[in-house]
Design a protein around this ligand. Sequence first.
Ligand code: AAL
Length: 434
Amino acid sequence: MRTLLVLFISLLLFSCQNEVKEQEEISVDHTEKGFPLFLKNLDPNRKLSSAMERSFKHYEAPRLLDNELYSNFLYTELEGFDYNDGDGTITRRDPSKIIFENGKYYVWYTYRNTPTKPMGYEKCNDTIPSKDWDLCDIWYATSKDGFTWKEQGLAIPRPEKPHPGWRSVSTTDVLKWQGKYYLYYQAFSAPSGKPSDGGASDKCPVAMSYADSPDGPWKPLNKVVIDFGAEDEWDNRVIHDPYPLIHDGKIYVYYKSGLGERDANRKHWDCWGVAIAESPEGPYKKHPLNPVMNSGHETILFPYKEGVAAIVTTDGIEHYTIQYAKDWVNFEIASVGKMLPVAAGPYSPDAFEDSGDADGITWGLSHFINAGNDWSKMYSKLARFDCDLSRKTNDPSMKKSNLLYPNDLYFKYGLNKAQRERIDKENKATLNED
Ligand code: AAL
């Protein structure tokens, strides 16, 4: 009997304790404080949602305003360039990085001056361009303030046939290495835009010219410095937009190519790789992790802190982002942007310093294709962009996140006829009117 009583009391106690425990657990849930209003009050051991965890662990700073790799982009028209009243015969596009030498800024760019506007592959010939960057040379201009430019003229002409680039040289970028200057560019040996070439219609490798002064004279190497990958490799079709920087005592040339999978615009899947060399003429070794970026048509890169930052503009799953690779290879998204500069070349004072502590950028030149808003007179023009992607500059007015486009623009990109018809059909089906 005594044993039974002890058992009963123990059971009672156990169940009471359990009840108390449950009550405690529930009461803990009910009384736990919500996420604090001010971050200074945040308990470092608090469990966070994925999004909040990302804010603290992934981004440079949890608040957009404090994120040095976020900026708005402000655009200004340039003084000093003539476009023949925008009739399509003169184009300037794909500006290089800007360098400061001899008391002025220098920029190089694709220059076309042809008797007609681009006429497409079928109608092109020795003087009529197929595309905006066909039958081009590389020209340069200088400026004291980055707004008004003095065109200096030809830097790199098309070489004689059969040297790479005899048909067109375009989309250049500059390297300064051990007191000499190097221009890397796309070297076309055929007009761009052959329709049946399934993704290779813009086929060209990279060539290079060098000079003792930014004013030239430029001597062409007359050979390919970064070539296509093997037939079954991702960069077999094109090597575009060569972009040299210096890291770890070596030359890192980033470039765009693309996988065979087409996107919604029927373009191949734009990706970026990097080729590394000990000296400007190569040999260039492509990084085994290539492609190192999965997006971006014309990507702008600049050293930032110990790594490299990239403004990834149009095209791809991560378009309109600014990314960062601490090790110059493994890029992560640092911010999401709007109105990013297209095909830009920044003034990047750290580009060739290899400092391991780079400041970033605040301005550069970009291009606007279809500059006259009339595709029948297709040409491109250069413009200036300003931003605050610099650690030293602090301009909170460039960190807005509520920029809205003019209303008209939203309606301009409205539904097309086929989409309207589909919706009408769906409506009828919903209303059982069929
Ligand atoms: C661009 C670049 C390359 C392409 C064409 C001219 O802006 O990506 O240079 O070949 O378009």
